[in-house]
Structures are given as structure tokens and as C-alpha cells.
Design a protein around this ligand. Structure first.
Ligand code: MLT
Length: 359
């Protein structure tokens, strides 16, 4: 239908141009004027045709499966969050939104792929505070601009980070951890999801605050870090609550501190970093949905509306809360709020991270 309207308009425009040229001919205008008008007429027609085709694409969107890039390994916080969001889009937009875990370099490999994808709504990204705000602190040649190369769709959730240590680590609270880590730093292995990932950023803040430089071991996500911790190869990690919750509850790992001002309702016995005198260890990454820059506005609007509807659902809110998320009020979730958050978190944290990294 929209295609017919677009081509109808195109035909009408060509006819109007032809009439104008005939009129000019009748009145004896020069050949140059006639040719100029014809060139403008064709340029306008091409513009109209592109606009018409975009209109068609937006109106029918999504007409096929959409790929949602999650730039970290399956089974970790980014993946959990991405799958919840993909399910929301699938249910509200009537096409399958399929998660593809495109891992590497602290999530920047998958994020770069999303930034360079065709801006047609068929490739979108579930990113976070690292990939879409702070990664540029760690990569001089990131290949994308987190602020300019994406359209923000909306904030999915925020999760406070938590310091977890292997089950037999010789510390049971932050004070004991600090004392042990300071005298054994060269022996300690810290697992993280790559330079610039939020698990890297969390432990960077912690390590800098207590003045240690242990060995930082990169993985493609914190799900594989978890396996290495359970095998006793990694001593500690800083990960959003949802990544470690099940293992802490099962007694496979010890949780020593929530990196936030308030305790998490899912683990009410774990004290905060503030309570334990280390407010510098404060890290609550945001997770959000982004589309490649230049994605047509009507497509962006459809995604925004679907995400918002899904996040208002009680079942989704319960699922996120059960995973330890801080639920975000509706007025802080939209595209503008997310774009503002990207800007403000970049401005707030970049100097802190650069200082922590000794740059
Ligand atoms: C993951 O989902 O694997 C990690 O939480 C990502 C990260 O640490 O940034």
C-alpha cells in the first residue's frame, strides 16, 4: 500500500515536471532552463523514491528475523539481559529477534559490528556502560564513536556489581580481602570479560582503591570467568549481581561486597562497599538497546515503544528484579534518557578510570 502511494506520488511529480517543461517551451524559454528543470525534477524524484522505499521499510518493519548482537559470551549478565529484551521485541513486534553472541576485546568487536551494520533495524545491539560509553578510555582506535554511531533505543536495566571470591579464598569480608590482597597481590588472578568490559572496570576501581596490581586475566565474558573460578583458577571477579547470584546462593563462591550505596534485595546479607569503608568501589552498569546510527526514525520509534511496553510488564519486572536488577522508572528509560546517561556516565567516569588505569 505505502509502496503504491510512493510510486503514485512519483508519477504525479514526473507528470507535473513534464507539464512545466511544455509550458516553458510554449512561452519560448531557453533550452538550458528546460534542462535544469528536468535535472531538478529527476533529483526530486530520486529523493522521493528513496523516502518512499524507507517509508515502506519502516511501515512493514520488522518483516523478517532481526539479529540482536550481544557482545559477550552466552550465560553472563549481558546475555541474560539481551535475551530478556529480545523476547520483549519478539512478543511485541511479531518477528523473531535472535541473539547472536559476537564476542571479543571487551565487547568492542560485536559493538563495532553493530555500529557498521546497515541502519535498517535488522541488526541491533544490547550493549552496556562499557561498550557504549567507557570503552574509548581503553582503546585509542575503537573504530566507533559510542555517542555518534548509535541511536539510543532505551535502557533495559541497571545491576550493581559485586566482589566475589573463590570458595576457599582466605577472606570472609572486605577488610580481610584487602589485607590478604595487599600482601599477596603478585599471586592473585582476577577474571574479567576483556579490557573495557564492566567486570574489568569494576575490578579496576577496586584494585586502584586498595593499591594493588594483580594479574588481570581476560575472557570473552564473565560466564567463562565463573567456570574458571569454580575450577579454582581465578581468585576473584567483580560482576553484576545477576552473573553470580546463583553460585553465591549455592555456596560455590563467596560474595564480599556490593559495589553500591544500598544492599541488594536478592542478597540482603552481603554488605555494601560503603558500609565497609570503601566507597571508591562503586559500580552499577547500565544495560541498554542501541541501533546503528541513521536507522530511520519510524523504526527507532517502533523499537522504543515495544521495549517500553515490555519493561512495563509485571512478569518482566519480576524477572529482572529476581536477577538483582535495579528497576528503572519509565521516565529514565527512553532514548533521550539513555543518550543522556551515556553522555553523563562518560563525563563522570572517564577521568576516574583514566586515573585508576594510571593513564
Ligand atoms: C558478561 O556479560 O559476560 C559480562 O558481564 C560483561 C562485562 O563484564 O562487561
Amino acid at each position: 500500500m505505502a509502496r503504491q502511494i510512493a510510486f503514485g506520488k512519483l508519477r504525479a511529480m514526473c507528470n507535473a515536471g513534464a507539464k512545466l517543461r511544455a509550458e516553458i517551451g510554449r512561452r519560448g524559454a531557453t533550452k538550458d532552463v528546460g534542462e535544469t528543470i528536468m535535472a531538478w525534477q529527476w533529483a526530486a524524484a530520486v529523493v522521493l523514491m528513496i523516502a518512499g522505499i524507507n517509508g515502506v521499510a519502516a511501515e512493514d518493519y520488522p518483516a523478517r528475523t532481526v539479529t540482536m548482537i550481544v557482545p559477550f559470551a552466552a550465560g553472563g549478565p549481558a546475555d541474560f539481559t539481551g535475551r530478556i529484551v529480545a523476547d520483549i521485541f519478539t512478543r511485541h513486534l511479531g518477528q523473531k529477534f535472535v541473539v547472536e553472541n559476537a564476542v571479543g576485546a571487551g565487547g568492542t568487536v560485536g559493538t563495532l559490528r553493530a555500529a557498521r551494520a546497515a541502519p535498517d533495524g535488522y541488526t541491533i545491539l544490547s550493549g552496556h556502560m562499557g561498550t557504549n560509553a567507557l570503552a574509548s578510555a581503553f582503546y585509542p582506535n575503537l573504530g566507533y564513536d559510542p555517542q555518534k554511531d548509535f541511536e539510543a533505543i532505551g535502557l533495559s536495566a541497571e545491576f550493581p556489581e559485586m566482589l566475589v571470591v573463590r570458595k576457599d579464598f582466605p577472606a570472609n569480608n572486605l577488610e580481610e580481602f584487602i589485607a590478604y590482597a595487599r600482601s599477596n597481590e603478585s599471586k592473585l588472578n582476577v577474571g574479567h570479560a576483556g579490557l573495557g568490559s564492566v567486570s574489568y572496570i569494576g575490578c579496576l576501581l577496586l584494585n586502584a582503591a586498595i593499591g594493588i596490581k594483580p594479574t588481570m586475566v581476560p575472557f570473552t565474558g564473565t560466564a567463562p570467568v565463573m567456570n574458571a573460578m569454580l575450577a579454582g583458577e581465578i581468585d576473584y571477579e567483580c560482576d553484576p549481581v545477576l552473573g553470580t547470584l546463583a553460585h553465591v546462593r549455592a555456596g560455590n563462591l563467596k560474595a564480599l561486597a556490593i559495589a553500591a550505596k544500598k544492599r541488594n534485595p536478592m542478597l540482603p546479607d552481603v554488605p555494601t562497599s560503603y558500609e565497609q569503608g570503601l566507597p571508591e568501589f562503586d559500580c552499577a552498569p547500565f544495560y541498554g538497546v542501541f541501533a546503528p546510527g541513521g536507522t530511520p526514525k519510524p523504526i527507532v520509534e517502533k523499537l522504543v515503544e515495544a521495549l517500553n511496553k515490555g519493561l512495563n510488564e509485571e512478569s518482566v519486572q519480576k524477572r529482572l528484579a529476581d536477577l538483582g536488577a535495579e528497576l528503572v522508572e519509565a521516565d529514565r528509560r527512553g532514548p533521550k534518557a539513555l543518550a543522556d546517561l551515556v553522555r553523563s556516565e562518560t563525563a563522570r567516569l572517564m577521568p576516574i578510570l583514566k586515573a585508576a588505569a594510571g593513564k
